[in-house]
Design a protein. Sequence first.
Length: 441
Amino acid sequence: MDIQKILQKLRIDELNEMQQHAAEAILRSDGDVVLLSPTGSGKTLAYLLPLVQLLDASSDNVQALVVVPGRELALQSDTVLHNMGSGIRSASCYGGRTAMDEHRKLKDVKPQIVFGTPGRLNDHLDKDNISRYNIRWLIIDEFDKCLQMGFHQEMAKLIKSLPGLQRRILLSATNAEEIPQFVNMAKKGTLVDFLPDDEQTSERVTLYEVKSPAKDKLDTLRNLLLSFGDASSIVFLNYRDSVERVNNYLREQGFTTSYFHGGLEQKQREDELYKFSNGSTNVMVSTDLASRGLDIPDIANIIHYHMPESEDGYIHRVGRTARWDKQGKAFFIIGPEEHIPDYVEGEVVPFDVTPSYSEQPSAPKMATLYIGKGKKDKVSKGDIVGFLCKKGGLQSDEIGRIDVNDRYAYVAVKREKLQQVIRQTKGEKIKGIKTIVEPVR
């Protein structure tokens, strides 16, 4: 397997130091590995690159399970593997859709790696939709969360049900209080620890305090977001109903937003996340659900509308920005009776926002198109680029991220070209098939 070719495909010049150490630990030993590294440092690639070299691409059996705490991380990890083009097949399994649909996909794809949440993986193992007898690898991403209350029984059941398990890889962005007993660290285990000593957040993140004169912080939030222009920002709140209230307010004020919490239907969550990650919205309003397991590059600003409920929650929120070698900013909006939590370390700089009643929010650079054909129609990314350039009148640099699903595709295009594309592709065919092309609102 040509690793350099994979890196070129991913547009990565070279692995960072953590990824090199992780690859060495996984490839050059036959023991368990625990990898601790900050959010955004590239842990998914750190375990996938060596793993694909160790699996048998000619086999139709599942050889590795990757356990994740939520569907978003399952989908994103699956996408990373797909984009690597390694020849290893995969599938993702999680709640919110029927297990029967997933069973059909498992039979069709015959994956060697399955990404999934603990409960759904147990369900498929119980029904023999996934054979347990050829699974040699267990990867637990965000193992601190996967082993918390609520997941603990499911994790214990999962681990006991894998008779042929040989190696385990555990990953986390925070220091673990203890390594789980089922990880054999005593004999051959390797700890790859790249968490900075006593550094709560990256030195590339600047902390700011924004005073709200009123207990209701909506106006202050509006003025703060206006000061960012079109920069990508996440607003964190602690409750689902608060997310909806703040999101509705911002949309009424003319902001283009996504919102995200655990009460949304799966498809809506995926749509909202997709629009934010491809630049079609520049503000995401969310609970702490968006603080972990989402790989979204170039988030400039983190806003604590509600104070984080714990230090661990704070670290994960701020870890959304300054990913890899980027700079980032984090803002605390402080009401009249509030203060910055005592656990926050480092200098917090006052930040004044000038009320602006006439200024309008900046529109995002991109907009999202829905195209009603996908993989099952033999439509590829290349087909979509050709269709949009030939029929829609776009240049290739006016097309952003493309995601092709089984029966439809999402494409990011320059916002100012959206109406032109809709108009020019109406009634046109892609690969000889008529299709719907419409904006995703």
